[in-house]
Design a protein around this ligand. Structure first.
Ligand SMILES: [Zn+2]
Ligand SMILES: [Zn+2]
Ligand SMILES: [Zn+2]
Length: 91
């Protein structure tokens, strides 16, 4: 018997892309502390954005201004093992 091309609901779900809100997305970068959208160019030398790393070597973006708050969030995440309590992304 020939296999139907149509997918079952479950198969379609399995093929669906991961939730867009995932914190480690690369294209859409937001400050972990304030949620501001950061452009690639802001990460340049003396830019207004920077990358921070937690103890698991995951990278998190942050405004330079927010770096202290962001570091505290990462430290809290490393201490508790909970996901980083990042701010709601906004534009
Ligand atoms: Zn920020
Ligand atoms: Zn964005
Ligand atoms: Zn981590």
């Amino acid at each position: 018997m020939k296999r139907e091309k149509r997918l079952t609901k479950r198969e379609r779900k399995a093929l669906a892309p991961a939730r867009p809100a995932a914190p480690h997305q690369h294209k859409h970068i937001h400050c972990v502390a304030c949620g501001r959208h950061l452009d690639e160019v802001e990460f340049g030398v003396q830019g207004t954005a920077t990358w921070l790393q937690c103890l698991h070597r995951s990278r998190f973006a942050s405004c330079v201004e927010c770096a202290e708050v962001s570091k505290r969030l990462l430290a809290e995440h490393d201490r508790t093992g909970q996901p980083v309590q990042s701010a709601q992304a906004w534009h």
